[in-house]
Design a protein. Structure first.
Length: 207
């Protein structure tokens, strides 16, 4: 895995250390069956107690390696069925770690079975492509439809003013974080405001 990883320090150190938690989380659950539940989290604890203290990592690199160990399983959970909101949320949560994490995931495809190897690499590439395409689309198209402010005023019985701007900003942030869908009809966002109690959240007890 280290040999086939990209030559960046964070990715290569993570390739060495990402599965150390399997040592203590290995459980035999039947003939020929073994599990490693929670090995990413355990790997972080082991990393903090050992390599992070003993190896002279620069602070930024030490943190990058820890986060890669913690999240190394996440790209492999992509099965092609994620919604755009789920892809946005994943990219938002990974932030600057995203490129290293995807490259680590590619290096982690070590199966000798050509069909399985090909499918795993295809899904990682598809996830990367969708992240790029959604980011490009979001940069061109406003996440909220035109006139959503007027619909919020009418449907929620609000008066024009500061609260409408606050609601628009909060809804935009939720779209960018992948928590709600972008580009939906205005009524969708009215429902989001109601379901999430955004008026109470933004305006307080006087709403």
């Amino acid at each position: 895995m280290v040999r086939q990883s990209v030559p960046r320090p964070a990715v290569r150190w993570a390739a060495v250390l990402h599965d150390i938690g399997k040592v203590t989380t290995r459980r035999f659950v039947g003939p020929g069956k073994v599990t490693f539940h929670g090995h990413a989290e355990e790997g972080v604890r082991m990393y903090r107690r050992g390599p992070a203290r003993r190896i002279g990592f620069p602070p930024e690199l030490r943190e990058q390696v820890e986060l890669l160990i913690l999240h190394h399983l996440r790209p492999g959970q992509y099965d092609g069925g994620w919604t755009d909101a789920a892809v946005r949320r994943f990219a938002h949560e990974m932030g600057p770690l995203l490129t290293d994490l995807l490259d680590l995931s590619r290096a982690d495809v070590t199966s000798k079975r050509p069909g399985k190897r090909q499918r795993c690499l295809f899904l990682i590439s598809e996830l990367s492509r969708r992240i790029r395409e959604i980011a490009e689309l979001d940069a061109r198209v406003p996440p909220l439809p035109s006139g959503v402010g007027d619909v919020l005023i009418r449907e929620l019985g609000l008066a024009p003013g500061k609260i409408i701007g606050l609601l628009r900003n909060r809804l935009t942030a939720l779209c960018e974080a992948g928590e709600i869908e972008a580009g939906q009809p205005a009524e969708y966002y009215v429902a989001v405001v109601r379901e999430r109690g955004l008026l109470t959240e933004l305006a307080g007890p006087t709403t």
